[in-house]
Design a protein around this ligand. Sequence first.
Ligand SMILES: [Fe+2]
Ligand SMILES: [Fe+2]
Length: 342
Amino acid sequence: MRRTACDSAALSAHAIAAAQPSAVPRVLVVDDTPANVALLERLLRREGYAVVTAADGHEALAKVRTDSPDLVISDVLMPGCDGFQLCRALKSEPETRLLPIVLVTSLSGADERIRGIDAGADDFIAKPFDPHELRARVRSLLRLKRYTDELDSAEAVILSLALTIEARDRFTQGHCLRLSQLGAALGGRLGLGVEDIQTLERGGILHDIGKVGIPDAILLKPERLTAEEFAIIKTHTIIGDRLCSELSLLRHVRSIVRHHHERLDGTGYPDGLRGREVPLLAQIIGIIDVYDALTSARPYKSALPRDRALEELAREVEKGWRDPTLVREFAALSVEKDCDAR
Ligand SMILES: [Fe+2]
Ligand SMILES: [Fe+2]
C-alpha cells in the first residue's frame, strides 16, 4: 500500500523527543474555517492555554514538529489531509502516539465518531461547543498528557543514570552510546520495525545498567579478574533486569539487559539460553558489545583494528556462539560506517 504524505509524515523523532514539555500547556487547533479557529482560540486562551493553529492536517503535522503541542483539537472534514488521517498519522508514530487528539464532530455524527475511534481519537466534542464541556475535556486530556510526560522524564533520568554509571570507568567511555547507535543502525539494516529499533537504541544505553550494583574494586580493577570476581560481574545482567522491571516503559529493553551475554550454544549467561531462545535484540546488542570491547583499549590489552575484531566475531560464529547472518550484516555495516567516516 502506498503511504500518503499524510500517513506518517516522516515526523522527526528527534525534533519531537528534544522538545521539552512546556510550562503553559499548548493546544493545537486544526480547522479550515477561520471563524471556528477564532472561537476555539478565544475560549482556550481565556483558560490560560497557549494556542497554535493550522488550516488542515498537513499544516497540523508540521506544527506538531515545530511547536510540540500538548493536545490537538481537530475538525473532521478538511481539504487535503482530514481529521481522521491526521489522527492516524499521529497515532502511528511512537513519538506522537501519546499526544491526545480531540475530534470536533457534528451533533449527529455517530459515523464520524466510529471512524474517529478507529483512527485513534482520544475524545470528541460536538459542534456547537458547550464551553463548560470543552473546558472539562481539555483539562482532563492535558492531565493525561502530563502523566505521560512525567513517564518520559522518568525514562530520561534512567538513561542519564546509565551514562553516569558508564562514566565510572574511563576505559569504557562512549561504549553505551556506540552500542545504541550501531544497534539502531543494524536494526534498520535488518528491516526491523520502528519499535524494535527504538528498543535497540535504549537497550544499547541501558544494557549494562546493572553495573550500578558491582563494587568499584571489581568493576575498575585494572588486572584480569579472578573467577570469583567474574562471577560477581556476571550478576550485572540480573541486577539490570530487576532495575528495569520497576518501570513499565522499560519492559521492552529487559530482554537486552538480561540476555546480551547469552551465546547460541548455551554457554553464555545468566540463563544459558540456546539458539532461538536468545532474544533477537539481545543477540544484536551482544554482537556489537563484543565488537566494541575488542576495538577498545583496556588497561590489560590494546585495541584491535576493525578487521581483526571482525575475524574474532567470525570465529565466534564458527564456535556456534553467534548467528552467522547477524554477524555478516554487522560486518557489512561496520565496513560502511568506516568508509563513511573517512
Ligand atoms: Fe554487559
Ligand atoms: Fe557492554
